[in-house]
Every structure is written in structure tokens, then in C-alpha cells.
Design a protein around this ligand. Structure first.
Ligand SMILES: Nc1nc2c(ncn2[C@@H]2O[C@H](COP(=O)(O)OP(=O)(O)OP(=O)(O)O)[C@@H](O)[C@H]2O)c(=O)[nH]1
Ligand SMILES: [Zn+2]
Length: 297
């Protein structure tokens, strides 16, 4: 076998930065292919010093992605867990949190919620009340304050991340960058180096990047986003990705129940009995609608 094996640590358009041992190579794919994700293990062919072509992508353990009507957008490969960062302020979107949780479930990735800015005491009770829904579904919720208790934040999060590949996602302003800077020493320097290599010095647009800590720990920072389309999930995947539906599946009157308006639907009965949050069922309905709208792929 020829070529070197490396890890994709950043992706920007169709340009990739691949870490091979101690060196980083700027790589492109052959032709128009752009199906490489941060976290991918790739075989590359060096074309000149510090430059290469991605020849092949290693088998992925997991693949986290979003999608719209027309195509999918890879977020990261080989991730083992997802941390969704929310905060007491500014307000966060339950829709985005749930969509991220559904994406994680569908990809077989463990999901955690990080509630940051617990120092904003007057807004803490309300934020706790909101994340309690996710805790009740079995997702671990970790309270931290990147600003007022940075050491405690590291003590809470770092042990969970050891020997794992973790991606942090969050809406803008939740404090994700602040947390990354605590968790990854020299993250700022690494980011500057990565953007210089990928962006040839232009003003940095945001992109996903992977920080390796030691040999077997990776922390991936992804840009904030406002949308999290899940058009790629089939009906069967969707009903399984809503954890709280699980115990009710198979108990509907019709074996092919869509859990929308059918009589004798066990899922709808659970919504009526407040065992399933109406907000989550509304999202299921919306996602089912999205999955019926997909055009491309
Ligand atoms: N009160 C308080 N403010 C915090 C805390 N963590 C971060 N912040 C502030 O929240 C603001 C947003 O923090 P960032 O780390 O830039 O947030 P981000 O989620 O990366 O946001 P983008 O960079 O917009 O994607 C900054 O002004 C931080 O100083 C915290 O624990 N408590
Ligand atoms: Zn049903």
C-alpha cells in the first residue's frame, strides 16, 4: 500500500487539512468529490511538501450530518459523543437541541447537554426547568460556568471526554468557544494555524475543526448554525430516534401507524397523558414532513 494515513482536522469547502503524525498537509479530493468530513481517517498521496490528495476514506464508525431538501452536509465522522451547549442567556432553541439529539440517536452517538453560564443566577431556574425535559429522557445534563468556575467546568467535562471523540455544537453566544478554550490548551493558536493553512490568510470563515489531545482523545468544534435539517431520516429512523416513543411503539392499533392522527395510536395517547412532551411530538411531525420533501441525494 502506498500513501500515508492521517486524520482530517479541518474542512473548508473542498480543502482539507490532514494531520499525519506531526505534520499537517493541505489536501484536496480528486475531481469534484466533497464527501470528506472532519474526523475522517484518510489515505493521502503527497503531491508536494505539505500538500496532498485524498485517495480514500477509511471506514467510518459514525457519521453525523445534517441535510436539506437537496443534499446532506457532513458535520463530523467517527465521533463517539455529542455535547450540545446551551446557556441561561441568550435564550436557546428547543427545536435545535432536539434536532441535534435526534441526529445523534440516528447516528448511534451518545448525546449530552451542557448548561453553561450558571453564574447568571436569575435565569438559572428557568433554564434548569427547560433542560429538565432532556434529563427526563435520559440525556445527561452538565451545569457549568466557563466564566466564573472554569476549573470546575474542566473537572466536569474533561473526564467524560477522555479517550473519546467529542463534538461540541451550540447556537451562537452559548459560550462554546469559551469552553473549547478551557478544554483545549492553545486552541486559539491551533485555530489560527489551521485557518492560515486553509484560508490562505483570508479572514477566517468559520469551519469545523478537530483538536487532538494525546493519542486517543479528540475534541471537535463546529460553527454555530441556525438550522438543523434532517431530511435524510426515514420514518422508521425517526420513530426510533425519539427515545420516549420506544415503549409505545408496537402498541398502536395499526401496525403501520404514522403516529399523526390515527385512532388507537399509542404514541398520541401518551402525548394526551403528558407522558410525551407535545413539543417533541410536534417536532416528530415536522421531521416526518421534512423527510417526505426530500428531492436530491
Ligand atoms: N456570564 C457568563 N458569560 C459567559 C460564560 N461563558 C461565556 N460567556 C460569554 O458569552 C459570550 C459568548 O461566548 P463565546 O464563547 O464567544 O460563545 P460561542 O457560543 O462560541 O458563540 P459564537 O462565538 O458566537 O459562536 C461571551 O461574551 C462570553 O464571555 C459564562 O459561563 N458565564
Ligand atoms: Zn401510532
Amino acid at each position: 500500500m502506498t500513501g500515508k494515513i492521517g486524520t482530517v482536522i479541518a474542512a473548508h469547502g473542498r480543502h482539507y487539512l490532514v494531520q499525519v503524525d506531526d505534520i499537517r498537509l493541505q489536501c484536496v479530493t480528486r475531481g469534484k468529490k466533497s464527501d470528506v468530513a472532519v474526523g475522517d481517517i484518510v489515505r493521502i498521496k503527497e503531491t508536494s511538501p505539505n500538500q496532498g490528495v485524498i485517495e480514500s476514506i477509511g471506514e467510518r464508525k459514525t457519521l453525523l450530518y445534517r441535510s436539506d431538501q437537496y443534499k446532506s452536509k457532513l458535520l463530523a465522522a467517527n465521533v463517539t459523543q455529542l455535547f450540545i451547549v446551551v446557556a441561561t442567556e441568550p435564550g436557546f432553541s428547543d427545536d435545535l437541541v432536539s434536532r441535534a439529539l435526534i441526529a445523534a440517536e440516528a447516528a448511534g452517538i451518545a448525546a449530552h447537554i451542557v448548561l453553561n453560564k450558571t453564574d447568571v443566577a436569575e435565569l438559572l431556574p428557568k433554564a434548569r426547568e427547560r433542560v429538565a425535559l432532556y434529563a427526563s429522557l435520559g440525556y445527561p445534563v452538565h451545569e457549568v460556568s466557563a466564566r466564573s468556575a472554569p476549573d470546575a467546568a474542566c473537572d466536569t467535562l474533561l473526564p467524560l471526554m477522555r479517550s473519546q471523540s467529542s463534538i461540541l455544537i451550540g447556537q451562537s453566544g452559548m459560550g462554546k468557544s469559551s469552553l473549547i478554550n478551557l478544554l483545549v490548551p492553545d486552541a486559539d493558536i491551533a485555530t489560527r494555524e489551521i485557518s492560515a493553512a486553509l484560508d490562505s490568510g483570508k479572514h477566517t470563515t468559520t469551519f469545523t475543526r478537530l483538536y487532538a489531545i494525546g493519542r486517543d482523545t479528540a475534541i471537535i468544534d463546529s460553527p454555530g448554525f441556525q438550522e438543523f435539517g434532517l431530511y435524510h431520516l426515514s420514518e422508521g429512523m425517526l420513530e426510533r430516534a425519539f427515545r420516549e416513543f420506544g415503549q409505545h411503539l408496537g402498541h398502536c392499533r395499526f401496525y403501520n401507524c404514522h403516529h399523526l392522527t390515527e385512532p388507537g395510536c399509542a404514541v398520541l395517547a401518551a402525548v394526551d397523558a403528558n407522558a410525551i412532551a407535545p413539543m417533541r411530538h410536534a417536532l416528530y411531525q415536522q421531521l416526518l414532513h421534512e423527510s417526505s420533501q426530500k428531492i436530491g441525494y
